[in-house]
Ligand binder design. Structure first.
Ligand SMILES: Cc1ncc(COP(=O)(O)O)c(C=O)c1O
Length: 414
């Protein structure tokens, strides 16, 4: 009898079998993944965005290995922790105070705690269909959950969380008129886990203004988008001025680490005992070494070229499908985007729900797998590119999509 519940520890990692065969990964490096059957695939899932430098960047592996050899869990303050915090802080402007935890979900939890302490208010306003981790408070309203669709048009709420409609400023204004107890608005730079729904021009600025007017904080959940568009938070690239930012995934190159960066006056609560911070593995030496070496590499990374390469791929995919008589569109940015079986991408969650075609997305995943290309199989899935996606990987992606488009056309005609 197998012992691992459902065969995997995180539900999002399940893939459908191809011709009766499971895909089991044995190794990953750069843009590549090798499976148990010895096949090499070009990867676009990239540890759910955890590896913007590509899998197993040698410098990070070396730094983390050295930290491991020096002892992975000394219990007391260790030499690498302040260095890693400084490496993050130098990329975050006024958010100069940093705390490390091991997962993005914990970072969100900590940021919400900080906001409640700083404001004396208790309620967090989060986006319906936004994904801010899987802990109880904020798992409410994730994409696919019944409440994310605002059933009956009433605002879904728990004792601690209220949902907001993404890209709807009036709805945010209404919330503040209804509720005096909002500690923070919690929002991603785009609703990545609902298929890369991008904010309308001025939307995030309007949220920031409303939060400030009503004595609430703006928390940007950049666990996914931080260090994706520049070496730092995406929100700051766009001129926003959040109070707290959560970072994860890209900052550790695949090693379990996440961080909260915040204004000193807010983060002080964790130093003076008003807020609990803990975690056996929080800020451990291996995680900190991975962060410090990743930051050094990202400082030298050529983001404009990566984003342009991704935008060219997006155009190429749309053209390949059009050539096969199938309308598709993309949403998101050059190195993290979603593919939609529609002429234009959705603007909000209601449109995304209408455009979602899980069978189509699964069929695309399988058609691409035959071509040695790995994409997430779900309709709200994303394609990530890394700095390690070289000409060979990009050509394989373009060729794979062109062939998959033809296979999907032929399957539909059969
Ligand atoms: C925007 C966002 N926030 C939070 C999380 C939770 O991070 P973790 O899976 O590391 O707990 C994720 C994970 O996908 C995410 O995409």
């Amino acid at each position: 009898m197998a012992h691992l519940v459902g065969g995997v520890s995180s539900a999002a990692r399940v893939l459908p079998p191809l011709d009766g065969e499971e895909l089991v990964v044995v190794r990953s490096e750069g843009p590549w993944i090798w499976d148990r059957a010895g096949r090499r695939h070009v990867d676009t899932a990239l540890g759910f965005g955890g590896t913007v430098l590509g899998h197993a960047p040698p410098e990070v592996v070396e730094a983390a290995s050295a930290a491991l050899r020096a002892g992975p869990l000394p219990a007391f303050i260790h030499a690498g922790e302040e260095t890693a915090a400084a490496a993050i802080a130098t990329h975050c402007g006024p958010l100069s105070q940093v705390l490390f935890v091991s997962t993005g979900s914990e970072a969100v939890h900590l940021a919400c705690r900080a906001a409640r302490i700083a404001t004396g208010k208790s309620r967090i306003a989060k986006m319906a269909a936004g994904f801010d981790g899987w802990l109880d408070d904020v798992a409410f309203g994730a994409a696919g959950a019944a409440e994310a669709a605002f059933p009956g048009n009433a605002r879904p709420e728990t004792d601690r969380v209220s949902l907001l409609r993404f890209n709807d400023v009036t709805d945010a204004e209404r919330l503040f008129a209804e509720q005096g107890d909002i500690a923070a608005i919690l929002v991603e730079p785009m609703l990545a886990n609902a298929g890369c729904l991008v904010p309308d021009a001025g939307y995030l600025e309007a949220l920031q203004r409303l939060a400030r007017q009503h004595g609430a904080l703006l928390i940007m959940d950049e666990v996914l988008m931080g260090f994706r568009l520049q070496a730092g938070p995406s929100s700051q690239l766009w001129g926003l001025d959040p109070d707290l930012v959560m970072l994860g995934k890209a900052i550790g190159s695949g090693i379990a680490v996440a961080a909260v960066a915040g204004r000193p006056e807010i983060m002080r609560a964790f130093a003076d005992g008003r807020g609990t911070r803990a975690g056996t593995y929080s800020g451990n030496p291996v995680a900190c070494a991975a962060v410090t070496s990743t930051m050094a590499l990202l400082d030298r990374a050529d983001y404009p070229t990566l984003l342009a390469r991704g935008d060219a791929l997006r155009e190429n995919i749309v053209a390949s499908f059009a050539g096969a008589g199938i309308e598709v569109s993309t949403s998101g940015y050059g190195d993290v985007f979603s593919l939609w079986p529609s002429a234009t991408p959705p603007r909000d969650y209601a449109e995304a729900q209408r455009m979602l075609r899980p069978d189509w997305s699964q069929a695309l995943h399988l058609a691409l797998r035959r071509e040695g290309v790995l994409v997430m199989p779900s309709g709200y899935g994303r394609l990530y590119l890394s700095f390690a996606h070289d000409a060979e990987a990009m050509e394989m992606l373009e060729r794979g999509f062109a062939r998959a488009a033809i296979a999907m056309r032929d399957a539909a005609a059969a």
